[in-house]
Write a protein that binds this ligand. Structure first.
Ligand code: EPU
Length: 341
């Protein structure tokens, strides 16, 4: 295990923003991870685990501790009961590579999560979701390294406390847990799910009623390419905020003000609102900018770095949007992207 110093984090994030890591190390195995953790404990510095860098905004001052780039690789397909295969992947594998492999092998469950940048290890942390599917529906287990005890253990799905863009790993209790490996239960005899509006529209336009797995993956890729910026070309971390979940009562009141307000059913007493719709139609936010940090022209929930934006500019733009949404709707919106300093 090698510890490097003063490493720029900017190129390791899809936003293309961020200062330097005081210490930096790559962990290709649990043993290397353990060594890196021991080093941070000895130096009494905090640890930050970096996956694909696709959901973080790193401060311009960087991180004054040890950044560990998760590089644990390996993908196995383990047949379970009939029609079910458990896919076990190292946290450092690229998420979309795994989705592509699963689709090639005819395994259902994560095809709607195609083309999401980032690593396998980040998928449970963030409970990634798109096109009507959340990864929590397929995760069988998450193997973690516990910084406090120095041991590796396994959490079953329930133990991960998944909810919308959230899990135990984001909260106080999960802070000392580093994801090293994830198990997914996929089905060889599953059905595709094309109930999400954009997918339904895509296939009805093509007059396809029963798309194959590969066709669903292709559809998701095309829809995402049309709406979301290509992070290889323009700096971004995808949706910057979470869609707000409000009580039915607040929803009814808001709809009086904005009759076209777009929403999704959530639970008995709650509704999930489309923040992209609010930012676009209520706040007219497309094109708003602070310096080189801009609200993306095709998707108002997405903030982009037009080239050379600072973390402070993104933060200021985000605060402005928060204040505007609060003023217009009374809702305090929360970032989805993790702030690192
Ligand atoms: N819309 C607008 N204006 C816009 C963009 C969207 O009015 O500028 C309306 C459209 O009617 C559209 C609807 O909002 O049909 C929903 O937009 P979209 O399908 O893009 O979904 P979203 O709710 O904005 C969420 C996820 C995305 C995920 C998509 C697709 C969150 C925070 N974001 O966005 O995830 O790809 O659904 O399922 O839940 C991410 O997390 O980084 C991400 C990109």
């Amino acid at each position: 295990m090698k510890i490097e110093e003063h490493i720029s984090l900017k190129p390791l994030t899809t936003f293309g923003i961020g200062g330097k890591a005081r210490y930096f190390s790559r962990a290709g195995s649990v043993a290397e991870l353990e060594e890196a953790v021991v080093f941070a404990k000895k130096e009494k510095v905090p640890i930050f685990i970096l996956g694909g860098g696709s959901n973080v905004l790193i401060s311009d001052e960087g991180f004054a501790g040890l950044v560990i780039k998760m590089d644990i690789l390996g993908i196995e397909f383990v047949p379970k009961k009939s029609g079910v295969v458990e896919v076990v992947a190292g946290a450092g594998e690229e998420w979309d590579y795994l989705v592509g492999l699963a689709v090639e092998k005819g395994l259902h469950g994560i095809e709607n999560l195609s083309h999401i940048p980032g690593s396998v290890g980040a998928a449970p942390v963030q409970n990634i979701g798109a096109y009507g599917v959340e990864v929590k529906g397929t995760i069988s287990f998450v193997e973690v390294f516990d910084i406090e005890s120095g041991e590796t253990r396994v959490l079953k799905n329930k133990g991960c406390q998944f909810s919308y863009r959230d899990s135990i790993f984001k909260g106080e209790k999960g802070k000392q847990l580093i994801v090293t490996k994830v198990g997914f239960e996929l089905k060889s005899n599953g059905k595709v799910n094309i109930s999400y509006r954009d997918l339904e529209a895509y296939f009805s336009k093509k007059k396809v009623d029963a798309p194959t797995l590969a066709e669903v993956r292709q559809a998701v890729v095309e829809i995402r390419c049309a709406k979301l910026p290509d992070w290889r070309v323009i700096g971004t971390a995808g949706s910057f905020f979470k869609n707000p979940i409000v009580t039915k009562r607040s929803f009814v009141a808001l709809r009086k003000l904005y009759p076209e307000l777009l929403s999704y059913p959530w639970s008995k007493g709650a509704v999930k609102l489309s923040l992209a719709w609010i930012l676009d139609n209520v706040c007219n936010a497309k094109g708003f900018h602070v310096g080189k940090a801009t609200v993306y022209k095709n998707q108002a929930l997405v903030l982009v770095n037009e080239g050379g934006a600072s973390a402070e500019e993104v933060k200021e733009l985000a605060s402005k949007l928060q204040a505007l949404v609060k003023e217009k709707t009374g809702i305090m919106i929360e970032p989805e992207v993790q702030w690192v300093e």
